[in-house]
Design a protein around this ligand. Sequence first.
Ligand code: M6R
Length: 606
Amino acid sequence: MCGIVGYIGNKEAKKILLDGLCELEYRGYDSAGIAIMQQGDVSLFKAVGKLANLAAVSDGFESKGFALGIGHTRWATHGKPTEANAHPHIGENSFVVHNGIIENYAAIKEELIKEGINFLSQTDTEVIGHLFEKNLKKTNDSLEALRLTQEQLEGAYAVLIITKFENEKIFFMKKGSPPLLIGTSKNNDEIYFASSESVLIGQADGAIFLKEDDYGFVKKDEVKIFNHGEEVAFQVKKIEGTRAGAQKEGYRYFMEKEIYEQSAVLVDTMMGRVSKDRIVLEELAALGDLSQFREIKICACGTSYHAAIAATYMFERNSKIRASAEIASEFRYKEPFLSKDMLFVVISQSGETADTLEALKIAKNAGLKTLAVCNVDNSTIVRESDATILTRAGIEKGVASTKAFATQMLVFWMLSIVLAEKKGSMSNEAIKKEIETILKAKDAVVVEPAMHERLKRLSKRYLHGHGFFFIGRDIFYPLALEGALKLKEITYLHAEGYPAGEMKHGPIALADSELFTIALLPKTLLYDKTKSNIEELSARDSTIVAISPSEFDIADDFIKTKVWDHYMLEFFEMMVVVQILSLEVAVRLGNDVDMPRNLAKSVTVE
Ligand code: M6R
């Protein structure tokens, strides 16, 4: 979703804002803008498209001495990605950046128009500045005006405001899921704002994570936070680390780099958790006795949801515990039936996905124990959960998730074995064998140059057609869903994932030579059954790309994988194959692989 930055201090504000936005650009890239105020004069720059365009239009501008500024990268929710709709939005004298959605903006806008306010954009954001100024006129007190504004705005949002009426302060407010952090400095002479901790790394010394309904203001040496009219105390968390992790390092795209990193991050994910004959997930201690759980419910979105479906196969097969997966946006409004002996698990790469967060809150309110499987420590989902297993994939910048999915899969595989041991559902011998296999997962995801080359060559045949079916059975079904999602996200070609056995119940009607079937055909799991399903499609003239360790003579294209003795190792290798195939098709189509159209990395609106 949108990214927000802010700065107040004596350094060159434009550079700090643009650097911060650059760190956030992968989250939303329809348009961008900054507003910088010095002694009450505001310089405003906006540009449609990538950040480079904003850098170009603001070229030549530099702030000298004390300045305060706010910046934004946009993922459009209300109104097209035009310059007029780009943030910051302006009131008469105030400038606003906003992440989230103002649900009652239409009613507020109507009211303000009746009062003679002229609107310049189609966004929900624009009402914020005007409403703030209206409240300011009424109260003559900017903090009280902010409180009233927050009270009147419904939805979920993180907002920064600068106003010519108070030219030494940045105002802020937060409601619901969109994150907002204040970065403090060692010498207490400058303050940063960001919608993600990654922006503050290497800049600020400490971070304050704003909470639900917080609002207030900062001066360069002062932070004041209020909640429902009362000033509140806050904690400053020390910021560690460097920004070095997020460079392309010679790869063409972050996505490509992240695919190649999968072996290393699987090793990291196992570190200190997997030994020769035991898996220990100390993080689970916070859940109490695991034998209290008779059922597992998993909620997530997108790729994380695919990991959730895959996890249900592992929990039921290995741990003999009932498990179900639900799309978080569906779960939150279905009045779900929840029972106390259920472990509620959420999966999220970013830890900020609005729907997943709301699902988590529903489970918490129902008194369930909650576990997050998440890639970002300190994210909202992590902070809200009883326990967290961090996936340790490192920063994932490509909008199409790859290495995060790999680590999620590994975490659930490990967790299913921990639960199996606890429940006695697998013999010690079987657990030992499973652990030996888990330790080999890192080998299964190594990208072989010959394989990458083959996929690059093959990709030229798959730039058209009226659609792709990714098919697989059992745990290869969620992998089929994931393969189809990867392809559609970055190639814009239509793709669907299906259980191979389901094709004959309808989808096979689409089969012809321009319908490409990407068939996941592992040797170690339901080989003959899946093969028959592929043959049915081949008989209807669908073009078949078979991914399998065993030669398959009816395939139009055959991608030979290695022979493994466990279906999960086949799973991991095939995961890499579908990721690279999508990448290479997207490259040939000339698409922006890391920032595909219409998408954003972190979806903080529902
Ligand atoms: O950060 P999360 O894992 O919660 O994000 C969920 C989805 O938005 C995400 O997986 C999305 O589908 C990706 N673009 C998939 O590549």
